[in-house]
Design a protein around this ligand. Structure first.
Ligand code: NGO
Length: 544
């Protein structure tokens, strides 16, 4: 690969300031009184910030004659299917607003236009990296692997005016600034979690969120599939889990569950957006829905009623009973068989009604079951109080004000080899209220405004944590107060893009003062996508 220039903070700020001044902000009117077309977005003024940007040369302008060309003789996509699918995805994104035909063709059937190519030589780009080159005659997206091309498409999309996201024909012009972006992610794990247990969300609602996550290069979709208030995945060997345990939700609504085909459809759709589904069955606490469905899982043999409140920490599987492990084995076997991804999340948080000794004994038995079915364990960071299996990841959800001892327990596990996913609740939890006036959400971890959620460094958050132990970041969205897509939109945006940037962009680009300007330009794009985001007063939102 060619020499790369990193995007130093000062240069970045200057370019951005100059570029944003030139943007002239949509909605302003020119001398004639007509709305001024959005000026050219400076190369790299996107979210997440790219690793390396070299602006220069003439922009490329999409026209009615533009073709999307695919060249798929590359590594890992010998029949060209993945590359062609990404080309189609791109054309589908651009057609409604541009009104152009944008045929998807083999690379040698046309010239110029937008070329998507896999290059077997571009190993330095890794799984998800890409290069975007834009000039007068065309745009070329190059990657080593299909996932890299998919990420490149998101960059190209964000370089175009926000109106490109609309579903009706818009005036244009559709220009992409000239130059080269070379980009690889800082962390391999960049997740978003959706709690479908407290409130159930349909397959279509999950797909909507997947599409939103794709725009910010998220690559893991963690589904919190079971909790006290609802069991959301069909398990053939224990059918009442879903049919009875899934029959309600917080507040007493009808709940719901995914059939195995529903779940496969979510997995397939996520994969088409290069997101790996990480299913979670929360154990041994947060299990009231299961305990209510099968009396024999309870130590006293009596099934509790279904639960529709929001308290935590009151339920536990019966650690001494053998049937508990038959149950866990069956559930993990069936879920692992449905899940092509590497991970299986076993919860492990707030097991307040399980003794420490029982908790450790339980985790000693359950982690090998996950391994037996070919998956890698993820647990909430309380797992570090037991004996995390080799290769396991622990998901840290503590706070600035968490005790030094709790933080050290996690850091020590990391030094002993456990990988860490960072989801500090007072930064990364999307269900925390922004301010005291936020209608939705909780506030037990504090208020989390846009700046607070962005302004931390995954590498230094936990004292004594080796930088190499950080697998990445994840933004969880718990849904005690959230029951509709518009609620998801309002809580995830604008914080989700910030967490996504922490996961993707090099530490050298981390700077709130310049980030907020790039974020401000996302406003009209989110609106064009139909996302009614929280207008944080900390961000100088671009006019719409
Ligand atoms: C905690 C708790 C969840 C709540 C959430 C609400 C974890 C890991 N366990 O996070 O059950 O839904 O807070 O913010």
């Amino acid at each position: 690969m060619r020499q790369r220039r990193t995007f130093p903070r000062l240069l970045g700020s200057l370019l951005l300031a100059a570029g944003l001044a030139g943007l002239g902000l949509t909605g302003a009117t020119g001398a004639t009184g007509a709305p001024r077309a959005e000026a050219l977005r400076p190369l790299g003024a996107i979210v997440p910030a790219p690793a390396s940007v070299t602006p220069g040369g003439a922009p490329y302008t999409l026209t009615r004659a533009t073709a999307v060309r695919v060249d798929a003789d590359g590594t890992g996509d010998t029949d060209g299917r993945a590359t062609r699918d990404i080309g189609r995805y791109l054309a589908d994104l651009l057609r409604p607003s541009t009104g152009y035909p944008l045929p998807v063709v083999d690379a040698d059937e046309a010239r110029g236009g937008i070329l998507l190519r896999l290059s077997p030589g571009a190993t330095a780009l890794g799984e998800e990296g890409y290069e975007l080159r834009s000039g007068r005659t065309g745009v070329t997206l190059t990657a080593y692997r299909p996932a890299g091309l998919f990420r490149a498409v998101q960059t190209l999309r964000q370089q175009l005016p926000a109106a490109v996201e609309k579903r009706t024909v818009q005036p244009g012009p559709w220009r992409i600034a000239g130059g080269t972006v070379t980009d690889t992610p800082r962390y391999a794990y960049r997740g978003a979690m959706l709690d479908v247990s407290r409130h159930f969300f349909t397959v279509d609602q999950v797909k909507r969120y997947i599409d939103q996550l794709a725009l910010y290069k998220i690559n893991k979709l963690h589904l919190h599939l079971s909790d006290d208030q609802g069991w959301r995945i069909a398990i053939d060997s224990w059918p009442r889990l879903a049919t009875y345990g899934g029959s309600t939700q917080v507040g007493g609504g009808p709940g719901g569950f995914y059939t195995k085909d529903d779940y496969r459809e979510i997995v397939r759709y996520a994969a088409s957006r290069y997101q790996e589904v990480v299913p979670e069955i929360d154990l041994p606490g947060h299990t009231n829905a299961a305990l209510a469905s099968y009396a024999e899982l309870n130590c006293d043999g009596v099934a509790p009623p279904l639960y529709t409140g929001t308290a935590v920490g009151f339920s536990s599987l019966c650690v001494p009973k053998e049937i508990t492990y038959d149950f866990v084995d069956d559930v993990i076997r069936e879920l692992a068989a449905l899940t092509p991804g590497r991970y299986l999340h076993i919860g492990g948080d707030e097991a307040h009604s399980t003794s420490h000794a029982d908790y450790v004994a339980f985790m000693d038995r359950v982690q090998p079951i996950v391994a037996k079915y070919g998956k890698t364990v993820i647990g909430w960071h309380q797992l570090t109080g037991a004996r995390p299996a080799e290769g396991a990841l622990a998901q840290y959800w503590g706070l600035d004000r968490s005790s030094a001892a709790e933080k050290e327990q996690v850091a020590a596990a990391a030094r002993a080899g456990t990988g860490i996913i960072l989801s500090p609740a007072d930064r990364a939890y999307l269900d925390m209220k922004y301010t005291k006036d936020t209608e939705l959400g909780l506030s037990w971890a504090g208020y989390v405004e846009a700046q607070r959620s962005y302004d931390w460094d995954p590498a230094t958050l936990l004292p004594g944590l080796p930088a190499t132990a950080v697998a990445g970041v994840e933004a969880p969205l718990w849904t005690e107060t959230i029951s509709q897509s518009v609620h998801i939109d309002r809580m995830a945006f604008p914080r989700l893009p910030g967490i996504a940037e922490l996961g993707w962009s090099p530490a050298t680009t981390h700077d709130w003062a310049t980030y907020r300007l790039r974020l401000a330009q996302q406003g009209p794009r989110l609106t064009a996508l139909g996302i009614d985001y929280y207008r944080s007063p900390q961000v100088p939102w671009a006019a719409e």
